[in-house]
Write a protein that binds this ligand. Structure first.
Ligand SMILES: NC(=O)c1ccc[n+]([C@@H]2O[C@H](COP(=O)([O-])OP(=O)(O)OC[C@H]3O[C@@H](n4cnc5c(N)ncnc54)[C@H](OP(=O)(O)O)[C@@H]3O)[C@@H](O)[C@H]2O)c1
Length: 406
C-alpha cells in the first residue's frame, strides 16, 4: 500500500491515485473578509475525505469567477455561515484528473481527464440542499485537490489546454442556460448582451450567434470591440458614449430626464446597427441596478429580459408600465442543471463554442487575478495554474513529463 506523502509542492504531481495528507490551498476566513488581495491567503489544509458518490480531483488549473470575489468580500451573504467549517476554499471551475473515487461511483476511473460543473444536485433553487460547489461548499478549486459529486464530472475537451479547459464552465453553462433553456432564443431574434467582453458575455455572443440570432454587444472600451465581432456580434456599442444611461439612486429631475434621453439615444443606436426600427427580443442581464431600467425599456414588445446577477446592485428600479403595456417578461436564471451542462459541454467538445481565455496566472498570482476581476480589468475568462507545471499542456502525461523536467 502507498504511504501517504505529507504535502507536495504546487506544480508537482504525486503518483496517480496517491493522496497526500495535506495540500496547498487558497483559503477565505471570516476574519479577513475584504477585497481579493486581502481575503485570498495561501495556507496548508487537510485533503478532503471522499464520501459515497464523491470524487477527489487533482486540480490542474482553476478558473476565476466573480462568485469568489463575493465570497471574499463576505457580501451580499456570508457564505461561511452555514457549512460548518471556519474556512472556505473558493473556486467553482477546474480542469483536472480523477484521483480517488468514493463508494458507489460508476462510469469514471482514476486517471480520467475531466472538467467540472459547479452545481450540487439537479435543478438550481429546487431544494434547500442545492448548493454551488466552491461557493456554498468549502472544497472549491483553488487547491491542489478538490472534492466533487460524481455527477459534476464532464469530459475534458482533448483539444484544449488544462488552463483553457478550466476557464469556461461556470460562465459558459450559465449563459447557455439563460439563452437556450430560459429565454429560448429563436433564429433571427436580436439579443442585447451587456458586458459582452466579460466572462458571461463572450459566451452569450457565441451561443446567440450559433442559434442563428443577432447578438449586439455592449462594452466599455473599443479595445473589446474586435473580440466581440469575432465572437459573432452584429454590432458593438461602447456604453461610455452614453454615460447618463446608468441608473443612479437619488437622481435629480434633470438627471432623470438625461437618463431617459440617454436610453432613447442608445435605442436609436440599436436601430442604426440593425438597419430597422426594432429593439432586442432578448436582453442578457447580469449588471443589475445600473442597467436594468434601460433593459426593461429597450426590450421589444413581448421581449424577455433574462437575468442571473447584479454586479452593480441588486435593488432594481424600473418603470413597470413598459413591462405590462408591452407584455415583456423578466426571467430569472441561476447557473444550470447537470443535463444543461452536459449539452453545453458537448458543443465545447465538438469545437462549436470556444473558450475565450485571455490570461493565465501562476499559483502565486491567484489573489491578483481576482483583484483584477473585482476592478473590472479582465476581458473574457481567466485561469490560474495549479497542478499543471506550465501553460500549454493538454494531458496528464504531458503535465507529468513537464513537472519532472525542472
Ligand atoms: N447566477 C449565476 O449562476 C451566475 C453565474 C455567473 C455569473 N453571475 C454573476 O454575473 C455577473 C457577471 O459575471 P461575469 O463573470 O460575466 O463578470 P465579468 O467577467 O467581470 O464581466 C462583467 C461585465 O459587466 C460589465 N459591467 C460592469 N459594470 C457595468 C456597468 N456599470 N454598466 C454596464 N456594464 C457593466 C463589464 O463590461 P464593460 O465594462 O465592458 O461594459 C464587465 O465586463 C457577476 O455579478 C456574477 O456574480 C451569476
Amino acid at each position: 500500500m502507498n504511504k501517504r506523502p505529507g504535502i507536495v509542492p504546487v506544480g508537482r504531481l504525486p503518483a496517480l491515485g496517491v493522496v497526500p495528507e495535506r495540500m496547498h490551498a487558497y483559503v477565505i476566513r471570516t476574519s479577513r473578509f475584504g477585497v481579493p488581495e486581502v481575503s485570498f491567503v495561501a495556507e496548508e489544509v487537510d485533503v478532503w475525505p471522499v464520501g459515497p458518490g464523491e470524487v477527489l480531483v487533482q486540480v490542474m488549473a482553476a478558473g476565476v469567477n466573480y462568485n469568489a470575489v463575493w465570497a471574499g468580500l463576505g457580501t451580499p451573504v456570508n457564505i461561511l455561515a452555514n457549512h460548518g467549517l471556519d474556512y472556505v476554499v473558493p473556486g467553482s471551475d477546474a480542469s483536472g484528473v480523477v484521483w480517488a473515487i468514493g463508494e458507489g461511483v460508476t462510469g469514471w476511473e482514476v486517471g480520467d481527464e475531466v472538467v467540472l460543473h459547479c452545481n450540487h444536485l439537479l435543478e438550481p433553487g429546487s431544494s434547500d440542499l442545492q448548493t454551488i460547489w466552491g461557493y456554498e461548499t468549502p472544497d472549491g478549486s483553488f487547491a491542489q485537490f478538490t472534492r466533487v459529486q460524481a455527477q459534476q464530472l464532464l469530459r475534458k475537451p482533448p483539444q484544449l489546454t488544462w488552463e483553457e479547459s478550466a476557464s469556461y464552465g461556470l460562465t459558459y453553462y450559465t449563459a447557455h442556460r439563460m439563452l437556450v433553456d430560459r429565454a429560448k432564443v429563436q433564429p433571427g431574434e436580436v439579443v442585447l448582451v451587456w458586458g459582452a467582453g466579460g466572462g458571461l458575455g463572450v459566451f452569450a455572443l457565441q451561443i446567440a450567434a450559433a442559434m442563428g440570432a443577432r447578438p449586439i454587444a455592449v462594452v466599455s472600451g473599443d479595445d473589446k470591440a474586435a473580440l466581440c465581432r469575432e465572437l459573432g456580434a452584429v454590432g458593438v456599442i461602447n456604453r461610455k458614449e452614453f454615460p447618463a444611461l446608468q441608473y443612479r439612486e437619488g437622481m435629480s429631475a434633470t438627471q432623470e430626464s438625461e437618463h431617459k434621453a440617454a436610453i432613447k439615444a442608445f435605442g436609436k443606436r440599436i436601430w442604426e446597427i440593425l438597419g430597422e426600427r426594432t429593439g432586442p427580443d432578448v436582453v442578457f442581464e447580469h449588471v443589475g441596478a445600473s442597467t436594468f431600467p434601460a433593459s426593461v425599456f429597450l426590450a421589444n414588445k413581448f421581449g424577455r429580459i433574462v437575468i442571473c446577477g447584479a454586479t452593480t446592485g441588486y435593488n432594481l428600479t424600473f418603470d413597470v408600465r413598459h413591462l405590462w403595456m408591452h407584455q415583456k417578461q423578466i426571467i430569472g436564471s441561476h447557473f444550470a442543471d447537470a443535463d444543461s451542462c452536459r449539452r453545453a459541454n458537448g458543443l465545447m467538445l465538438q469545437g462549436k463554442v470556444k473558450p475565450v481565455m485571455t490570461e493565465c496566472y501562476a499559483w502565486e498570482q491567484v489573489p491578483r487575478a481576482h483583484q483584477r476581476m473585482y476592478e473590472n480589468k479582465l476581458h473574457g475568462t481567466v485561469s490560474c495554474l495549479v497542478g499543471a507545471p506550465r501553460a500549454g499542456l493538454r494531458t496528464y502525461a504531458e503535465a507529468l513529463a513537464a513537472g519532472s523536467e525542472g
